[in-house]
Design a binder for this molecule. Sequence first.
Ligand code: 5RP
Length: 218
Amino acid sequence: MAFTQDELKQQVAKAAVEYVKSGIIGVGTGSTANFFIEELAKVKHKIDGAVASSEATAQRLRGHGIEVFDLNSVDDLEIYVDGADEITEHMHMLKGGGGALTREKIVAAVAKKFICICDATKYVPVLGKFPLPVEVLPMAKSHVARELVKLGGQPQLRDFTTDNGNLILDVHGLTITDPVAMEAKINQIVGVVTNGLFAARPANVLLLATADGVKTYQ
Ligand code: 5RP
């Protein structure tokens, strides 16, 4: 039986809730993360609350009666659950389609375990088919764009302002064979806040929704 993409997202969200035990958990941003929030709401009695990776997620969590904590008031998080735009067998991810990459990376940095929830369309051999989001300070956008062209990309300014008041350049045309090196190189461009490669800190668990059920990689 063929599942719709939304059904696959719901299945993977249900699987992720199995990892929710107690305390405060990190919650990502996007349509797959939204399915996770729906499932989390059903077990909210188990947790003290959540740290959100975006204003949109914070609003959604509060809407379900889940307390939202400031990351600075939390020493560590057992788990961070989020989707991705692309992920490889090495657990390297490309994220930021929803523009929340910087806060996602910060919350993920605090979490002991990154649980990535995806449908099978996101599982790729090489990152870069999905345009790589780069968050930039507004005054640096042209400089950063020129530097990204030197790296072989074609940056396009997104009509969007991040929760941090910055801009996003979506970089097309990159074939990212060394995500760890590329993540570091782009982050070194002056004016870049961060980029959507999550390779220095990859996922620890991948829950992948496929036509044959949810597969777990770790
Ligand atoms: C948002 C993200 C999302 O995790 C990514 O875009 C995947 O979103 P979706 O679950 O809607 O496909 O990085 O910044």
